[in-house]
Design a protein around this ligand. Structure first.
Ligand code: FE
Length: 338
């Protein structure tokens, strides 16, 4: 029995459609995120779609590289952390807006660019940590409390110029205005136990070692420290305080992605973007680095779930990013790092 012409045509079309992606199905990713965080997820994507994902990973310089390569860049998708880096890509005119029903449904508005020039993939809260031994539970509850003179000589942080601190200070400006944010930052500075130094984990260590009692760090570092035998004790010495739960919620930042303007594999890159905001990838991505999925309803890593529900500041990160340079200047004005 011969096939009907319609079925033959459908078959030919199907072959035609399949023939193209098989030869050209790849997507090139420039990633500031470490391979162990993303590779298993990208492998899943390849397994599901047959699309090959090539990753260039680096700690620095990928934005510069993209800029230098210009229209000839092989990069399709940038993966990075911090709203500062994503805005930097937009300002350098290196990214293309993309909006699909899936992406806009998966990623809440506060965690994506209004035009689709970047999308958050995970969030991390900048939380207060306190010494379990020396600070009573509930003694400090808000970022504003960090400026209270009762904490004189008790607080440590990393450099005020680091992206994570600039993000937090920018959110203070966004909520309180520049004058009040300045007064607050002067208050925090006068409470510092030592000159700002070290990374986030070093602040937990300082609490463990008694150099200070209160610090601010990103949530996932608690998870990271617990997995490291040398650092486990630092994490166990501190209590995590979700800030501002009775009002606007904790300041959060994101890891995210952006489609490049020059993307040679635009369509496959968008498929990958949609995969990354889907349930399975969201859960894997968030769990691997103890971050929060951006997509509502996706299960939390057990450690995060154990801390209870997090109320996050819902102010759009584009709004926060607007005050980044003012925040950075404020750090100089108050001599935060001096
Ligand atoms: Fe980090």
């Amino acid at each position: 029995m011969s096939q009907s012409p319609v079925r033959r045509l459908a078959g030919a079309l199907l072959l035609g459609v399949l023939a193209v992606p098989v030869s050209a199905a790849e997507v090139n990713v420039y990633s500031y995120r470490q391979p162990h965080l993303i590779q298993p997820i990208l492998d899943e994507f390849s397994k599901e779609t047959g699309i090959e994902v090539n990753v260039v990973h680096a700690k620095e310089g990928l934005v510069e590289r993209l800029r230098h390569e210009g229209r000839n860049s092989p990069a399709d998708l940038m993966l990075t952390v911090d709203i500062g880096r994503l805005v930097e890509l937009v300002e350098a005119d290196l990214v293309a807006p993309v909006q699909t029903p899936t992406l806009t449904a998966d990623v809440p508005p506060q965690y994506r660019d209004p035009e689709g020039k970047w999308y958050g993939l995970t969030t991390r809260a900048r939380v207060i940590i306190t010494s379990k031994e020396r600070v009573a539970e509930g003694a400090i509850q808000t970022y504003e409390d960090l400026a209270d003179p009762r904490w004189k000589g008790k607080i440590c942080t990393r450099s005020g110029k680091h992206d994570y601190m600039v993000g937090l200070f920018a959110s203070m400006i966004a909520h309180h205005g520049e004058a009040d944010a300045r007064t607050w930052l002067e208050g925090v500075k006068s409470n510092l136990a030592r000159r700002p130094q070290g990374n986030d984990r070093a602040q937990a260590r300082a609490i463990k070692e008694g150099a200070c009692d209160v610090a601010v760090i990103n949530t996932y570092y608690i998870g990271n420290m617990l997995e490291d035998p040398e650092q486990k004790g630092w994490a166990e010495a501190v209590r995590v305080v979700y800030p501002n739960q009775a009002d606007r919620g904790a300041h959060v930042n994101i890891s995210g992605m952006a489609l490049t303007k020059s993307a040679p594999n635009r369509d496959t890159a968008i498929r990958l973007m949609e995969f990354l905001t889907g349930d399975r990838a969201q859960q894997m991505y968030a769990e691997r680095n103890v971050e929060y999925p951006v997509k509502p309803g996706v299960a939390l890593a057990p450690l995060l779930a154990s801390w209870g529900e997090l109320k996050s500041d819902e102010l759009a990160l584009t709004e926060v990013a607007r005050y980044r340079s003012a925040a950075s200047k404020l750090v100089d004005i108050v001599g935060y790092d001096d």
